[in-house]
Write a protein that binds this ligand. Structure first.
Ligand SMILES: Cc1ncc(COP(=O)(O)O)c(C=O)c1O
Length: 408
């Protein structure tokens, strides 16, 4: 099968398309300043679905992260520690809050922040830690949260990849001070563009609201008189979610549990098929974690020896020729990116944004070595997973399984 010709699944359901049309035909608002209507419905739905509190929708995950850092209101020059493998926006909004990034190594098997690396990186300027639940796998939150509590550090959870993931039975996003999700089109819950934050701390919610929701919403929802005084302007930004994006997300949220379940079944089945193939490692899922919607499925294709690169390329070609939509992940770690290695082209941040790279990043290197991304969509089925496992066996010169995998 020609992988490039494979048809991808539609991003949103037909019922969602109809919801959007109905919303427009009814003449419902296309700008909502007070957080009512579809915005309120979406926020309540997200709280119920994800087991979180005080949801504030925003125009993107990046805007939600910026609002979160503004809400935390850390002293100028404070350091925020982030895992070197995260998507840049987990930490880049801190550039605009007078903060400074510190990048630390990750666990070689999950790609999540390493508690040892965190312990070593802390200085008297550290005020905050941001963890990303990499590809849906929760970071080891108990250790990290305890460390943050002991040191008086704020903890931000970036849950953009981890819709419905759980950590020791608890939903992600409920351990840190504030948590953030993206609803950009590639995420498990799609708005097109959009994001939201959630926090158990009402005071943080009010500050985040003030950051990007002036007038109507801030007048209505902010109770702290010292903040209410600024309701007419907020803190000067506008981060409202577009109502049509809210219609899409609200409708899609109705399908989320079922889609996540289906994807988990497919990917567990694929992992079972890969497990017995020498030189192939399915992605690790620790016993304390569930993977929610598996933002991306990334097994490892091991190759060793002098010509390991050539062997890897050859195996990848065999996989692709057999119809497996596999590729090398396209985004590298942050320690190679200009914003973290040279002076940012922004004079007002020149005294504050001073990235500190706590390398060497052996864990990140080990995590990326031989790692592939395999695209699995909503239209795939167990038979296709079987064909992918057979292709991995062929690519690595192992004998393919003869017995079916057991479609439990
Ligand atoms: C982990 C993570 N955090 C934050 C973001 C930023 O979200 P958005 O694109 O909605 O601004 C993304 C987006 O890809 C992400 O993957």
């Amino acid at each position: 099968m020609d992988v490039s010709a494979a048809v991808s699944a539609p991003l949103i359901g037909e019922d969602t398309v109809e919801e959007v049309v109905r919303y427009l035909r009814r003449g419902e608002p296309l700008s909502i300043s007070d957080g009512s209507g579809i915005i309120e419905r979406l926020e309540r739905r997200l709280e119920h679905l994800l087991g979180i509190e005080n949801v504030l929708t925003c125009s993107s995950g990046t805007a939600a992260l910026h609002s979160a850092y503004l809400a935390l209101d850390l002293p100028t020059g404070s350091e925020v520690i982030a895992p070197v493998t995260t998507f840049h926006a987990s930490i880049t909004p801190a550039l605009h809050c007078g903060l400074s990034p510190v990048l630390v190594d990750v666990e070689p098997d999950t790609g999540n922040m390493s508690i040892d690396a965190l312990r070593k990186a802390i200085t008297e300027r550290t005020q905050c830690v941001v963890v990303t639940h990499n590809l849906g796998h929760p970071a080891d939150l108990d250790d990290i949260a305890e460390f943050c509590r002991e040191r008086g550090l704020r903890l931000v959870e970036d849950c953009s990849h981890a819709y419905l993931s759980t950590y020791r039975g608890r939903p992600v996003g409920t351990v840190g001070d504030i948590a953030v999700w993206s609803m950009q089109a590639a995420k498990t819950l799609v708005a097109g563009e959009g994001g939201f934050l959630a926090t158990g701390d009402r005071a943080l919610f009010e500050r985040a609201c003030l950051a990007g929701h002036y007038r109507g919403r801030s007048r209505k929802q902010i109770t702290d008189p010292a903040l209410r005084a600024f309701a007419d302007t907020g803190l000067g930004l506008k981060y409202r979610l577009h109502p049509l994006a809210a219609v899409i997300a609200c409708s899609e949220a109705g399908h989320l549990p079922e889609r996540v379940q289906r994807r988990q079944r497919l990917l567990r089945y694929l992992s079972a098929g890969l497990e017995s193939i020498p030189c192939v490692q399915p992605p690790l899922v620790r016993d304390y974690a569930t993977m929610g919607g598996w933002f991306s499925y990334r097994p490892v294709l091991e190759t060793t020896g002098d010509n390991s690169q050539a062997v890897f390329r050859h195996r990848l070609e065999v996989l692709r020729a057999a119809g497996v939509p596999a590729h090398r992940p396209s985004i590298g770690a942050l320690d190679s990116m200009a914003l973290f290695t040279t002076t940012a082209p922004l004079r007002h941040a020149s005294a504050t944004w001073k990235p500190r790279l706590c390398g060497p990043f052996h864990g990140a290197l080990a995590y990326s070595r031989g790692r592939l991304s395999v695209t699995v969509t909503a239209t795939d089925d167990l038979a296709r997973m079987e064909s992918y496992a057979a292709a991995f066996a062929e690519a690595t010169g192992s004998s393919p399984r003869t017995a079916p995998l057991g479609r439990a």
